[in-house]
Design a protein around this ligand. Structure first.
Ligand code: IPM
Ligand code: MG
Length: 373
């Protein structure tokens, strides 16, 4: 189904807002505050339409991604998503788990390319577990994760043989799925430091071998980009030992999921990292989860979510410089030692609540003069 072609409704451009579960609710609140203020500053009119996903949708519609939500998305230019999942739904049947709503959403919107930039704020360097000598080289990695294929979507099941239970999950990729994600990686590498590390397990997996063949062939068309290969076990070591070695990391769905959490630790907190998923309708979601252990306490870090919103406004709604400007604001706030609890490190740090951090962003925006940008 091609959702983008079914856009209808009013002429006003819209964002579909899906808060989901856990801290999703709290951080989306801050994103909405931010988006409304940005619309004021940029003099634009954007409609925000709420839709249900994950556990919240299970409770209301008995499915993690109801048709109602897909219908709303059909009228929107982008989806802004908090997080899904929580203890409450741990025991629902596999097909109805909150996470399945997210996977189906990615598939329905054809969001096959997930971009996860890993950068370190100077202001948070001390929070990184890495040694200063490793951190002094700039860390700027873009993880290009395939998002609608592989083991997440392959056949899975269980059967019984001779009284023994066997479970299986299939890692499978079509050539066209690999080609399109490789193309995205090459295009981004071209705009960056022109190096791609394809991370795989080609010493064991057939799907990894196909990935290598296709990437090699594509490299012939991108002479300015250097392509190299690294096994995933080695890559997970090198990300810690020598992170500045990497420019673009191109990888499949499951390795991308794991490596992006690993790489996030380098930055000091997973709470600050955004991601965008490119498809018929783009999805913007922070890379962290729903953190049910701290939900409802107004202490989650809204930075990843706010940065996602900035990326979305710039990429889908033409808010020029929104990302750079917002990033600068976040840096200023951190520099003045205002931190959510996950970022507290020094004596002089002033711990603020989720909503207070959002207010600080708004305060800065109130004093912004767009002509200065
Ligand atoms: C992510 C998450 C999801 C994934 C889960 C919630 C299904 O971990 O976006 O990284 O594995 O893709
Ligand atoms: Mg993950």
């Amino acid at each position: 189904m091609n959702i983008a072609k079914n856009r209808g409704g009013s002429n006003m451009e819209s964002i579909c807002v899906m808060q989901g579960d856990g801290i999703g609710k709290e951080i989306i609140k801050e994103a909405i505050k931010y988006i409304k203020k940005m619309c004021e500053i940029y003099n634009k009119n954007i409609e925000l339409k709420k839709a249900y996903i994950g556990g919240e949708a299970i409770d209301k519609f008995n499915t993690p991604l109801p048709e109602e939500s897909l219908n709303i998305i059909r009228g929107c230019k982008a989806v802004l998503l908090g997080a899904v999942g929580g203890y409450k739904w741990d025991n629902v049947e596999a097909e109805k788990r909150p996470e399945q709503g997210l996977l189906r959403l990615r598939k329905e919107l054809n969001c096959y390319a997930n971009l996860r930039p890993i950068n370190i704020y100077d202001e948070l360097k001390e929070l990184s577990p890495l040694k200063e000598r490793i951190l002094k080289n700039n860390i700027d990695i873009l993880i290009v994760r395939e998002l609608t294929g592989g083991i997440y979507f392959g056949e899975r099941g269980r059967f019984e043989v001779d009284g023994k239970i066997k479970a299986f999950d299939v890692e499978e990729y079509y050539d066209y799925e690999i080609k399109r994600i490789c193309k995205i990686a090459f295009e981004y590498a071209r705009k960056r430091r022109k190096k791609i590390t394809l991370v795989d397990k080609a010493n064991v997996l057939e799907s990894s071998k196909l990935f290598r063949e296709i990437a090699k062939e594509m490299a012939l068309k991108y002479e300015d980009v250097k392509l190299e290969f690294m096994y995933v076990d080695n890559a997970s070591m090198q990300i810690i030992k020598n992170p500045s070695y990497f420019d673009v990391i191109l990888t499949n769905n499951i390795f991308g999921d794991i490596l992006s959490d690993e790489a996030s630790v380098l930055t000091g907190s997973i709470g600050i990292l955004p991601s965008s998923s490119i498809g018929d309708v783009n999805i913007y979601e922070p890379i962290h989860g729903s953190a049910p252990d701290i939900q409802g306490q107004n202490k989650a870090n809204p930075i990843g979510m706010i940065i996602c919103s900035a990326l979305m406004l710039e990429e889908c709604f033409d808010f020029k410089n929104a990302f750079r400007m917002t990033n600068e604001i976040i840096k200023k706030i951190l520099k003045s030692n205002y931190k959510t609890i996950d970022l507290k490190d020094k004596e002089e740090d002033i711990v603020v609540k989720t909503s207070e951090f959002g207010d600080l962003v708004i305060n800065y925006l109130n004093n912004i003069n767009l002509n200065d940008n």
